[in-house]
Design a protein around this ligand. Structure first.
Ligand SMILES: Cc1cc2nc3c(=O)[nH]c(=O)nc-3n(C[C@H](O)[C@H](O)[C@H](O)COP(=O)(O)OP(=O)(O)OC[C@H]3O[C@@H](n4cnc5c(N)ncnc54)[C@H](O)[C@@H]3O)c2cc1C
Length: 407
């Protein structure tokens, strides 16, 4: 594992750094989503900054050049992330769009879809959201119940509810997974649609979190009519299209893995420098444990970066880094709460956001239990979980559910 830049990477880093030195003064401040997501002026500034980053070649780094990207590899994306952090400026606003949904459109979209949507997405003119999760379909995503029924003219009418939809409140489009066929096993009857968030019948409601912000939403679709040209990747082929998004989600998390480690380390270091906390034996013991996890995590993230630099996509083992990071950061937050006391949750306290927001990350991007199952099955080779729904048409699963039997 060689952690140094190659001569080409060093030259690219220099180019990125020079661009940022010339343009950093135009960047808006870095603010948490709590402060930013409900401030229209700040959002507009972040969109404009994303546009500038795209013009400078610092957004869509891994997108092909024909769609406005730089046609470079993931390691160059990591270099951009590192240099943005070094310059103390925010990155792109639409991480979900550029990191996950755009690459899915590039892989599965029609030529018309690519021409129409990718440019405005890249420049931050149109933000996108991922509308997969539902109240009864999270870890078991293939259980989605939102229905899309084809009409005589070939269009579709969508009905149902999505939940946890990050950024929906200021998105122009959502990529929506819906069920088009209930007579086949659950993985086979879904279709992916592009849905304009201002279409008649779309209602977006913010979900306010304990951390004070309303970063994600529940979205209701009532008789929303969508043209056949908005199908992405073919009718009844939605699971394959969704897997592409989830693969890019893993890649996006992998690309940010180094940042996770540094952030959590920063919190722990601040605590270690507190004169009262640093003298307490129990606090020092907890800090030692958190520090050990963070050190292991730092090296695990180097392994991910090393794999990325060789053109590999992080495998299921990268889930372990996510589990460790989130748990270490939560432990650091708990420790701060113990040391600072009730004041830790005071809005004015810089730790309040971390203590109240971070536990939610246990669910985002795959829950801890699911990641542990995946690591058990695909990394350690343990026997798979029993599956009761294999080969059974979705409509029969629903019938059983109505009768009260477990599905
Ligand atoms: C910050 C954040 C942002 C998000 N953004 C988006 C977004 O933009 N778009 C989107 O579509 N979704 C989004 N999500 C949703 C996320 O994908 C889901 O939270 C996740 O898939 C888990 O689903 P769930 O919350 O329904 O939990 P459930 O699947 O209901 O799980 C509940 C509990 O049961 C456990 N469990 C479930 N199945 C098993 C099993 N087989 N074995 C062992 N344990 C199990 C889980 O680990 C968990 O502890 C976001 C979530 C968060 C927290």
């Amino acid at each position: 594992m060689d952690l140094n830049d190659t001569p080409e990477q060093a030259a690219y880093r220099e180019k990125v750094r020079s661009w940022l030195e010339a343009h950093s003064a135009e960047a808006p401040a870095v603010r948490s989503t709590r402060a930013g997501a409900e401030d229209a002026g700040y959002l507009a500034a972040r969109r404009a900054w994303q546009g500038k980053l795209a013009e400078g070649g610092l957004a869509g780094v891994t997108w092909p050049q024909e769609f406005g990207g730089q046609g470079l590899g993931p390691i160059e994306q990591v270099i951009v992330n590192q240099e943005l952090g070094r310059a103390g400026v925010p990155g792109i606003l639409d991480v979900i769009g550029l990191g996950m949904l755009g690459p899915c459109l590039i892989a599965h979209g029609s030529d018309e879809q690519k021409t129409r949507y990718l440019g405005p997405m890249l420049h931050g003119d149109e933000v996108w959201c991922q509308m997969f999760s539902e109240p009864a379909a999270g870890s078991d995503l293939a259980a989605v119940q939102m229905r899309a029924v084809v009409q005589d003219d070939g269009s579709f009418v969508l009905n149902g509810q999505k939940v946890w939809t990050t950024n929906a409140q200021f998105s122009s489009y959502g990529l929506v997974l819906a069920r088009t066929n209930v007579d086949v096993p659950k993985h086979k009857g879904m279709t992916m649609f592009i849905v304009p968030m201002d279409a008649a019948g779309v209602t977006t409601r913010g979900l306010r979190q304990i951390s004070g912000e309303a970063e994600f939403n529940e979205v209701f679709l009532d008789d929303v009519r969508i043209g056949a040209e908005n199908v992405v990747g073919g009718v009844d082929n939605g699971w394959g299209t969704a897997l592409t998004v989830l693969m890019f989600e893993r890649l996006t998390i992998g690309l940010g893995s180094e940042g996770f480690g540094y952030n959590a380390a920063r919190f722990a270091a601040a605590l270690a420098s507190d004169p009262v906390a640093a003298k307490d034996k129990a606090v020092r013991k907890s800090l030692g444990e958190i520090g050990t996890d963070l050190l292991a995590l730092r090296f695990a993230s180097y392994r991910t970066l090393s794999a990325l630099s060789q053109g590999q996509i992080p495998g299921p083992e990268s889930g372990l880094a996510k589990v460790t990071t989130v748990n270490a950061a939560i432990a650091a937050g708990d420790l701060i709460a113990d040391v600072v006391g009730p004041d830790a949750l005071n809005e004015a306290n810089e730790w309040a956001y971390m203590i109240s927001f971070l536990p939610g990350l246990k669910s985002a991007g795959g829950t801890e239990q699911i990641l542990r199952n995946t690591i058990g099955e695909r990394v350690l080779g343990l026997p798979p979980e029993p599956r009761l729904d294999k080969g059974i048409p979705f409509s029969e699963l629903r019938a059983k559910e109505k009768e009260g039997a477990a599905v």
